[in-house]
Design a protein around this ligand. Structure first.
Ligand SMILES: NC(=O)c1ccc[n+]([C@@H]2O[C@H](COP(=O)([O-])OP(=O)(O)OC[C@H]3O[C@@H](n4cnc5c(N)ncnc54)[C@H](O)[C@@H]3O)[C@@H](O)[C@H]2O)c1
Length: 255
């Protein structure tokens, strides 16, 4: 196979959570541009529909699915629905996540649970449901979970202990699933963005100069700069890559 052809995703079916905006939207568009049909999953039906419409305009099959991925029965139903609509499921991207900044001593139980429920438990729900379908299909699959450079470093100046813990756990969860499902041809990898300009971070303008100073490339990423990573991990080009964390951080973790 020509190396460029090994990045193509025609005939594959995917879902992306948190696809309504920001990084998830860019990842969903990337998979579609590479040829995949994509279900755009978000708690916000309006933004999910906008991303699905953009994918439809690319000539791919697209579905907008409203789903709160912290609700296990809803995730199981969503994944089965994607597989039924497209007739298959090849690629699962568990991306929805949230951050709450607060000193550890002021962290409320609710904030802690909200972060762990969405950033970690929902990633397990989505991976497990996708793994069940992929094992049933018997032709392998690709699971890509959004972690963060915060799995490795402690961000500054803002304190965000629950977020950092949740993202480190996403990497170790993904490595565990990768080892368990490797014999069945299902790869499980993570992408770890550095600071990326989305609604999650653009609201925190007071930190931007600090973040840029901490980043060797001296700027935030755009969501579009993460597109190549998800296509690579979803594609035949990454057939032997599993349990890997692909860091895309402009050099942040070098310092
Ligand atoms: N932006 C960054 O700098 C950055 C850096 C590293 C990692 N990340 C990670 O990337 C992922 C996406 O971040 P983003 O910056 O695009 O965030 P964002 O807030 O811009 O987008 C998050 C999306 O997830 C959706 N969502 C929220 N709760 C949901 C739920 N319960 N069920 C389904 N969908 C839900 C939102 O509606 C939204 O569309 C997150 O996991 C985040 O932790 C972001």
């Amino acid at each position: 196979m020509n190396v460029l052809d090994s990045f193509r995703l025609e005939g594959k079916a995917a879902f992306v959570t948190g696809a309504g905006r920001g990084i998830g939207k860019a990842l969903a568009l990337a998979l579609a541009e590479a040829g995949a049909d994509v279900a755009c999953v978000d708690i916000d039906p309006a933004t999910a529909a906008q991303t699905a419409e953009a994918i439809g305009a690319l000539g791919r099959r697209a579905r907008a699915i409203a789903c709160d991925v912290t609700q296990r029965p809803a995730v199981d139903a969503m994944v089965e629905r994607v597989a039924a609509k497209f007739g298959r499921l090849d690629i699962a991207v568990n991306n929805a996540g949230v951050c709450v900044n607060a000193p550890a001593v002021d962290y409320t139980d609710d904030a802690w649970r909200r972060i762990i429920d969405l950033n970690l438990t929902a990633v397990f729900y989505g991976s497990r449901a996708a793994g069940r379908v992929m094992l049933r299909q018997g032709r392998g699959g690709r699971i890509i979970n959004t972690a963060s450079m915060s799995a490795q470093i402690v961000n500054r100046p803002q304190p965000q202990c629950a977020y950092n813990a949740s993202k480190a756990a996403v990497i170790q969860l993904s490595r565990s699933l990768a080892a368990e499902w490797a014999p069945k041809g299902i790869t499980v990898n993570t992408i770890s963005p550095g600071y990326t300009g989305t609604e999650l971070t653009l609201a925190l303008k007071e930190y931007h100069e600090h973040w840029k100073r901490d980043t060797p490339m001296g700027r935030l990423a755009t969501p579009e700069e993460l597109k190549g990573a998800v296509v690579f991990l979803a594609s035949p080009a990454a057939a032997f890559v599993t349990g890997h964390d692909l860091v895309i951080d402009g050099g942040f973790t070098c310092w």
